[in-house]
Design a protein around this ligand. Sequence first.
Ligand code: FES
Length: 180
Amino acid sequence: MSNETLMTRRGLFMKLGILFNGIVATALAVPIVQYLVSSVTRGRSDGYLSWVSLGSVNDFPEGETRLATFRNPYVTPTDGKTADTACWVRRVEGDNFQVFAVNCAHLGCPVRWFPQSGLFMCPCHGGAYYRDGGRASGPPERGLFEYPYKVENGMINIQAGELPTPGPSAALTTRTTSCA
Ligand code: FES
């Protein structure tokens, strides 16, 4: 085998190595760059704050609280079923609703509604909330978080892209009194 052939083979493998490393580096860089610019691109897109329908108001009888689910508008292709989110819908009367985040205001465990006692109960540390979401007892320092909602054409819609938190856009109602 001549020196010229060896050099050619060596050069070929060198080029293949560089090409392969370039492909791997690009594949690794894409999610990193996406992560780094996500705060900017997310800020430019209001899609995650779009209104999401929970269904007809007739699905929620007056005076009752029912579980509803919606598809979180802020999803990525890999989210799958995890983007299906639950919330508690209380229809006070007419178009007057309260839509509660299912997560406890303490550490986020999903709360459950008990119509017999008129309380939301948290299974993790015993937090309890009145039917209007106000804190009843336990470690939570405030009531349940509420989604902004609106009723249009007989449908109830919520702004569901963000889990309600004590941020400026959150519906902060710190009821602590009973509404039994
Ligand atoms: Fe609900 Fe702690 S997470 S009481």
